[in-house]
Design a protein around this ligand. Sequence first.
Ligand code: PLA
Length: 517
Amino acid sequence: MISGSYQMTGCDLTLVSIPERKSLLLKGTATHGIGLPMTEHRKLVALQDAAGCHSPQLFKGVAGDLIARKIPSFLRLDRMASSVAPLALCASAVAIRENSKAFGRVSMAVAVNVSRFESVTMAPPDPILGVSEAFKADTSDAKLNLGVGAYRTEELQPYVLNVVRKAENLMLERGENKEYLPIEGLAAFNKVTADLLFGANNTVIQEGKVATVQSLSGTGSLRLAAAFIQRYFLDAKVLISSPTWGNHKNIFNDARVPWSEYRYYDPRTVGLDFDGMLADIKAAPDGSFVLLHGCAHNPTGIDPTPEQWNKLADIIQDKNHIPFFDVAYQGFASGSLDTDAYSVRLFVERGLELLVAQSYSKNLGLYAERIGAINVVCSSSDAAARVKSQLKRLARPMYSNPPVHGARIVANVVGDATLFNEWKQEMELMAGRIKNVRQRLFDYLSQKDKSGKDWSFILKQIGMFSFTGLNKAQSEHMTNKWHVYMTKDGRISLAGLSLSKCEYLADAIIDSFHNVG
Ligand code: PLA
């Protein structure tokens, strides 16, 4: 047995053998600096010689040198700081001696296998996409994935829109090539996407005041805009709603853009804290960016009314703030593309300069195609041209140029009157199915919950999500007991629910709400 404790000058190490892996785990701490006295070096060299190891550079330097030599491994240094690697090696040599007794002659160099990535810690699962991974691992028949916002049919199957299939067939017939797109993306896509958002007759479009750059769906567009803010607005911060889509904070953190939150959700009413929202936006430094969900706020499903949007515009204008809209659900909230663009168009009408990140993941079901755009509305066409040139400059080293497939689908659907009309009908169907399950869920909750709790907030929410008001423990109970997968903030995706599962879901919610603290 070769486990044991080895004390040598300069280190105090414990060697543990893991016979099934034929390896030795070395745990230890240095008791003094990184160097070893020459006498110890010599002892080690002698030990190595005895073990048949030849590694002239062994004691030369820091761990980096040693690792770079790609020494075959049978020893793993556990979480040992690179500065103590030379000390660790002295125990390695002991290990070699011992090992050669246990496993026969060792004809390799001292095997130090400290990964250069030793300091990299395990990242937690993503709060939204990680839910789908957990769902897949569950073998229960009752399981329900209400985590990620992805539309499913009544049979809970993924759905590819008919108009998308038609556009793809057209693309095949035309035999389009796979050449690189320009950095700003497909021109036909950029045109139709801005038209769809602002309205083709909008003066900002006609006067060339919009810089539109195709990017990697909503997320990539937000990230590109965040990089733009970081480069050109050094002192500005972004105000984001509390709560918001989980990835917003990551995006601004990674772009090194400071952010703070404004109040949005009132847990007492399960509604909008409009006064809090106004007060926080007013209190922010002038010229801040205000991130707003254009429609179907994620995760709450609570949107300001038209009147409230007007008041918000007043304050944002007074404060010289820059609105930054995230439009991930145009047409998916109300079923109408124009209704869902109300907020953005209102701010544009007032002459504000603003940013809009767009996504086609949900409304065209193009999740994996990564198709969307960043639009910057400027007060002059000249400014728009300069902004666009800088967005391109930022995109080029990040991902060079965007993918073409989704862009062509959008250009074909939105740019063709027949397909466009068919799309609107399909979108109404999808939005309608979500409204139906929302109603059915409410009906079951109201019938079955005898406590008198008012569940009508569910009907007031809009879009693919419902914010149930369940806390973390209750949400976990939904998963652990009922196999209902959802995010821990109490959000459920109604787009992943069928009419036939509404009763089961209502039972799960009532149980979790009343029986878990
Ligand atoms: N903005 C908001 C408000 C979103 O909800 C999402 C997606 C995006 C942007 C980005 O989507 P995209 O990059 O695919 O265009 N939110 C989902 C998926 C639907 C996710 O978390 O990535 C959600 O379940 O919240």
